[in-house]
Design a protein around this ligand. Structure first.
Ligand SMILES: Nc1nc2c(ncn2[C@@H]2O[C@H](COP(=O)(O)OP(=O)(O)OP(=O)(O)O)[C@@H](O)[C@H]2O)c(=O)[nH]1
Length: 205
C-alpha cells in the first residue's frame, strides 16, 4: 500500500482547513481551531490502488510550518498552496511559498522529477469581493509549472476532490519514478560488481 504525504500551505484564514475537510468529509465546517497543527489520515482507493493518505495542515504561525518549508522534499510528497481570491495579501504569500518550494526543490531534487504542487484560489463564492483575478492565479501556476484551480470550499466538493485526486496521481507517479530509479541504480551497481568479479576472472584464465 502506498503512503502519500501532502502538506497544505498558505496564509492564515485562506481556507486550508476548509479545503481539506471538504475533501476528506465532503462537508463544509465554518470554523476550525486555528491555533494547532493537524495531521489527518485517510485510506483511499484511486485507480484501483489502496493508499494511506497523510495530510499536514499546519497552524500558519507555527514554527513547524516554517520547518516544513525548510525541508519540503523530506517531509511531503506534494503540496497544496492555498490563497483567498478576496485577499491579495494571501496571494502574495502564496507566491512566496511557491518560490520557497522551488528553491528547496532545486537544492534537494538534483535532476529528479519535481515535487507535485497545486495552487488553489479558494473562496470563489466571494467573487463580488475578488482582489485576485483568475488569470493571475493561472499565470503564477504556469510560472511554477504547477496545477491551478479556483474553488469554493463553502459551496462545492467536486473541484476540490478533482484537484486532490490529480495531485495524488502525480505523487504516485513520483514515488514510482523514485522506486524505479533506486531499483535501476541498485541493479546497475550489482551488474558492475558481477562484472568486476567475473570479468577479471575471465581475463586471468
Ligand atoms: N465564504 C467562504 N468562506 C470560507 C471558505 N473557505 C473557508 N472559509 C472561511 O474562512 C475562514 C478561515 O478558514 P480556515 O479553513 O480556518 O482557514 P485556514 O487557512 O486553515 O486558517 P489557519 O488555520 O488560521 O491558518 C473560516 O471562517 C471559514 O469558514 C470559502 O470557500 N468561502
Amino acid at each position: 500500500m502506498n503512503d502519500i504525504k501532502l502538506a497544505l500551505l498558505g496564509s492564515q484564514g485562506a481556507g486550508k482547513s476548509a479545503v481539506l475537510v471538504r475533501f476528506l468529509t465532503r462537508r463544509f465546517i465554518g470554523e476550525y481551531a486555528s491555533n494547532a497543527n493537524s495531521l489527518y489520515h485517510k485510506r483511499l482507493s484511486i485507480d484501483g490502488r489502496q493508499l494511506n493518505l497523510e495530510v499536514f495542515d499546519p497552524c500558519s504561525q507555527s514554527s513547524e510550518a516554517r520547518c516544513i518549508l525548510e525541508e519540503p522534499v523530506d517531509w511531503a510528497d506534494g503540496f497544496v498552496v492555498v490563497y483567498n481570491i478576496s485577499d491579495r495579501s494571501s496571494f502574495i504569500d502564496a507566491k512566496n511559498i511557491l518560490l520557497q518550494i522551488r528553491e528547496a526543490r532545486m537544492e534537494n531534487c538534483k535532476g529528479e522529477v519535481e515535487v507535485p504542487v497545486c495552487l488553489v484560489g479558494n473562496k470563489q463564492d466571494l467573487c463580488h469581493a475578488r482582489q485576485v483575478c483568475e488569470e493571475e492565479g493561472r499565470c503564477l501556476a504556469q510560472e511554477h509549472r504547477c496545477h491551478f484551480q479556483e474553488v469554493s470550499a463553502a459551496e462545492s466538493y467536486q473541484d476540490i476532490s478533482a484537484l486532490f485526486t490529480q495531485l495524488i496521481r502525480q505523487v504516485m507517479e513520483l514515488l514510482k519514478y523514485r522506486a524505479d530509479r533506486r531499483r535501476y541504480s541498485g541493479s546497475k551497481s550489482m551488474a558492475k560488481l558481477i562484472n568486476n568479479v567475473f570479468g577479471k576472472r575471465r581475463k586471468s584464465v
